[in-house]
Design a protein around this ligand. Structure first.
Ligand code: GLP
Length: 263
């Protein structure tokens, strides 16, 4: 796992947008896995900027979002579909026919989940997956105890997740109790993974998932099993890491490291 610590949220966002833009330039028809939440908003804003100012072309890409609340129709203001349209899709030249977000109000979530997995396969798999992290260590909505082999399915949300996400709803009772989410197994099949996290409230879980033991109780620890996973943090989120100096040395001497490992 490569750990990059940026001084601020803005810098974290710029670095991650730069990674994504680089991948899009390398492969115009890239398949991106996308995340929601407050964390990637700055990254999406930077990507929109690169599109507007430098003409970064989204027209051939395909996107798959990680998750969606069960019961919310795509146009609901709290749906992740709405979030993506609002924060990224409507600002860039993405082809809406190639945009996939799980359908929260599907009549048959099980059948839908199998269909979603099939669409990912049909697209050739996810090339580059962007992730945030919940305070309980979840990626997507893979709550504690989710199998590392899990595929897209319905998950019941953990109490802490419901409380954390209540800020987007009028009342905590309005937060859906279930979500459709890609599984940990689905995520691990992405060719490259980028996880971003910021703020002091993520510091404990960031230290646990990077430096702690691999466990399904913190599903982000699954990234330790991936060969091309990068984590970009701001200083606050990185504040409880024990090996911060080591990560910073590697970041600052990347040319030497690349020479040694041939990447
Ligand atoms: C939700 C999403 C996750 C996201 C997490 C963190 O639970 N399902 O994909 O990573 O929230 O959100 P935030 O970035 O707002 O802290």
């Amino acid at each position: 796992m490569e750990i990059i610590i940026a001084p601020t949220y803005q810098e974290m966002s710029k670095i991650s947008a730069h990674f994504i833009a680089r991948e899009i330039k390398k492969k115009h028809d890239i398949v991106l896995g996308l995340a929601t939440g407050d964390t990637p908003i700055g990254t999406y804003q930077e990507l929109v900027k690169v599109h507007k100012e430098e003409g970064l072309d989204f027209s051939k890409i395909t996107t798959f979002n990680l998750d969606e609340y069960v019961g919310l129709p795509p146009l609901h203001k709290n749906s992740y579909n709405y979030f993506m349209q609002d924060n990224l899709f409507r600002h860039v030249n993405v082809n809406q026919a190639n945009v996939y977000v799980p359908q929260g109000n599907t009549e048959d979530p099980e059948e839908f989940s199998a269909w979603y997995e099939q669409q990912i396969k049909n697209a050739g798999g996810i090339d580059f997956q962007i992730l945030g992290i919940g305070r309980d260590g979840h990626i997507g909505f893979n709550e504690p105890g989710s199998s590392f082999a899990s595929r897209t399915r319905v998950k019941a949300l953990y109490k802490q997740t419901i409380e954390d996400n209540a800020r987007f709803f009028d009342r905590i009772e309005d937060v859906p109790r279930f979500a459709i989410t890609m599984g940990v197994g689905t995520i691990l099949e992405a060719k490259k993974i980028l996880l971003i996290a910021n703020g002091e409230k993520k510091a404990d879980v960031v230290a646990q998932f990077i430096e702690g033991p691999v466990t399904s109780q913190i599903t982000a620890t699954a990234l330790q099993l991936h060969t091309l996973a990068t984590v970009v943090l701001d200083e606050a989120a990185a504040s409880k890491l024990k090996r911060k100096e080591y990560y910073n040395w590697v970041r600052d001497n990347k040319h030497l490291v690349q020479k040694m490992v041939g990447r």
